[in-house]
Design a protein around this ligand. Structure first.
Ligand SMILES: O=C(O)CCC(=O)C(=O)O
Length: 308
């Protein structure tokens, strides 16, 4: 009896003809070979390793990305929980970034002076919360300021429109925010020299919000780019602690989109020369709002002057 018949690929041409054309075998050996070939063909697939996650850094060839690039970005946003979009020239005009950066730092310093004067605290040492600006960790030196309140410089509305042009295409393609997308809020996080590493955190617990960061200056390991843990937005992420973070180093005008649930942090600012402002716009699915980050605080301007 002949032996050594493996899978369909090993069959001689005559036997392959039986398998594919269903011709009757002419001998016992042919019948056996045919039987084995059929069994090999019917064998359920071996478990395959999962496909690698999509790249989270997408280099675009210009400021109007192709459908293929938008698809790739949407896949990363859905699967990794974030995507970094870069292009040359940058997606958001450097001149607009520079105007927003200048306003962010000036406005932040103006508000800090008001908080210090009205609440009687050292705003670099003490955490505080207000409708306009928050300092969430003592000596954190990272200030989260709203830029969509009445009286904000028009440069912020311009930045929001520019961010929408790219973010909405990717978000809609990702299917993450079903039922119509709205802009929920807009702000800017400015870390000052000597700001420390934040703890990793999500921006909120539930599905339906996507944050769009725009680097207003180049952000890197020295002035503290944002760091994100891929896949940690998924409810079934097994062990968030053990997922390594990925630094979103990027040039001014680049865009980082992330699902609110993705664990991330701002890194330490180790340079002494200039603050590091990163603007953000929060996009929400119909009826979903961020109630966590600026919920219900009093205005800085509601507090009377502090008297010693
Ligand atoms: O500063 C950053 O890069 C991120 C800030 C942040 O995640 C926050 O303030 O919650």
């Amino acid at each position: 009896m002949e032996d050594g018949v493996g899978g369909v690929d090993d069959l001689p041409d005559e036997l392959l003809a039986f398998v594919t054309c269903k011709t009757a075998p002419r001998s016992f050996a042919e019948a056996l070979a045919l039987e084995r070939a059929r069994a090999a063909a019917d064998k359920p697939d071996e478990p395959r390793p999962p496909p690698p996650p999509p790249s989270y850094r997408i280099a675009l060839s210009g400021t109007s990305p192709s459908c293929a690039a938008v698809d790739a970005a949407a896949r990363s946003l859905a699967q990794n929980g974030f995507v970094i979009l870069e292009s040359d020239p940058p997606l958001i005009e450097p001149e607009l970034c520079a105007r927003c950066a200048e306003d962010a730092v000036a406005e932040c310093e103006r508000l800090l002076a008001e908080v210090g004067r009205r609440r009687g605290i050292n705003v670099y040492e003490k955490r505080f919360y207000s409708r306009e600006i928050c300092h969430r960790v003592d000596r954190g030196l990272r200030y989260d300021m709203r830029v969509d309140l009445p009286g904000a410089s028009p440069c912020w509305a311009e930045l929001r429109r520019a961010s929408e042009r790219i973010a909405l295409r990717v978000i809609e393609r990702s299917g993450l925010l079903a039922g119509g997308v709205h802009v929920d809020m807009q702000g800017c996080v400015t870390s000052f020299p000597s700001a420390c590493d934040q703890h990793f955190h999500p921006d909120g617990p539930s599905r339906g919000l996507v944050n769009c960061f725009v680097a207003l200056v180049d952000v890197d390991d020295t002035n503290g780019s944002t760091e994100l843990k891929p896949g940690t937005h998924a409810n079934d992420c097994p062990d968030v602690e053990r997922v390594p973070g990925v630094p979103a180093n990027m040039r001014a005008g680049s865009v980082l989109l992330f699902d609110f649930r993705t664990h991330h942090r701002g890194r330490a600012h180790r340079r002494s020369d200039a603050p590091r402002p990163v603007a953000y716009t929060v996009f929400g699915a119909a009826g979903v709002h961020d109630t966590h980050n600026f919920g219900g605080y009093d205005s800085v301007f509601d507090s009377a002057d502090f008297k010693t």
